[in-house]
Design a protein around this ligand. Structure first.
Ligand code: SAH
Length: 358
């Protein structure tokens, strides 16, 4: 509850804060921020991500990276980058699959972008005990700190953790949604007094517009480096492909939705990723765009069904049933499955006109 108190005191002193500032504090406060204070993943945590559902997810992404490297002309050195690696599971599975092509692994230096000390420690443990060795592993606070050169980048459920601002279309134009204090002293949503003259989008009253400056800036930065040095970047996330006009801010705690302002630092806070906007800035920076396609289609194209069949052949009956369930969860179209809700999109240097999976 300490972060809740800290935010309430901040607002009492300085006035209402943006949704962006609220998200930043809730997720990344150095002491109480959500990712800094815990390992949120798994059945006993707050939510489960694709690499934690099945090893096949990371393996296929590893093979996707090998394919990219081949299309890049097999550079002797490149950076294999992951943004927000969680427990390090995806990277460990990807590197294991990469052993099929030893020269790919020899060329790769692994760079992980992670701000949480707790998760860095977990990633180190996962990757150091993984059955591979001899690769350099480096951690960075941000993408900008990674040495320049050709690279292949993966970001799974990373952009949805970047803060957004929200704007509401009222009778007097667009107003920013703010977090202030209600009459009972609790955190409450409100609106900026002044309309935002810079937003000229036509939308019905009640529409909500979400903008992630951090996401757009990062997308531009990645694309600019790809154009300069070569390579590709794969983004997979919960998100939409049409301009949203909806409030997608959501808080999840122990696999249940909770009100977004109830327990900052104790629930995961995300917003859907606006793939159209991220793609637009990447293209404007000169990158080629691949997708977005649904996660289900992307994984099928990469051969998830054949890989699942192969794993099942070696498995017990119970394990085979588990593999089937996990695969369905990754590619199924149901509301509790990830196949249609999640999207995959890639950027690349324009000379890579096609990439596996798209
Ligand atoms: N990719 C992982 C974890 C997704 S959760 C998986 O699929 O399981 C988001 C991850 O991004 C966490 O590791 C979190 O600590 C990290 N993260 C969140 N915001 C960040 C930021 N601004 N900079 C770097 N890492 C961040």
């Amino acid at each position: 509850m300490s972060l809740l108190r800290e935010i309430a005191e901040l607002i009492a002193m300085e006035g209402p804060i943006s949704v962006e500032r609220y998200m930043e504090l809730a997720l990344s406060h150095p002491r109480y921020g959500y990712y800094h204070s815990r390992d949120p993943f798994g059945e006993h945590g707050d939510f489960v991500t694709a690499p934690e559902i099945s090893q096949i997810f990371g393996e296929l992404i590893g093979l996707w990276a090998v394919d990219c490297w081949a299309r890049m002309g097999e550079p002797e050195k490149f950076a294999l980058i992951e943004l927000g690696p969680g427990r390090g599971t995806l990277m460990a599975d990807a590197l294991r699959a990469g052993r099929l092509v030893p020269r790919f692994l020899e060329a790769a230096s692994v760079h992980l972008v992670e701000t949480s000390e707790a998760l860095r420690a977990k990633q180190r443990e996962t990757l150091e005990t993984a059955q591979w060795s001899g690769h350099s592993l480096a951690w960075h606070e941000s993408f900008a700190q990674i040495p320049e050169g050709p690279f292949i980048l993966v970001a799974n459920e990373f952009f949805d953790a970047l803060p957004i601002r929200q704007y509401l279309r009222t009778a007097q134009g667009w107003r920013e949604r703010l977090v202030g204090l209600g009459p009972d002293g609790r955190l409450d949503f409100g609106l900026s007094g002044e309309p935002m003259p810079d937003i000229r989008l036509a939308a019905p009253q009640g529409a909500v517009l979400e903008i992630s400056s951090a996401g757009l800036a990062l997308s531009r930065e990645i694309a600019t480096r790809l154009v300069g040095f070569g390579g590709a970047a794969l983004l997979i996330d919960y998100g939409h492909t049409r301009q949203g006009f909806g409030d997608t801010l959501q808080a999840v705690r122990r696999h249940e939705f909770v009100p977004a302002l109830e327990a900052p630092g104790e629930a995961d806070l995300t917003a859907h990723v606006d793939f159209t906007a991220l793609g637009r800035v990447a293209r404007a920076a000169g990158a080629a765009l691949h997708g977005p396609v649904t996660q289900g289609r992307f994984l099928r194209e990469l051969g998830i069904e054949a890989r699942a069949r192969k794993l099942k052949q070696k498995a017990s009956e119970a394990q085979a049933a588990e593999i089937e369930l996990a695969t369905a969860r990754l590619i199924g179209n149901g509301p509790a499955e990830m196949g249609a809700l999640f999207k995959a999109m890639a950027f690349s240097v324009p000379s890579l006109s096609t990439l596996a999976g798209f």
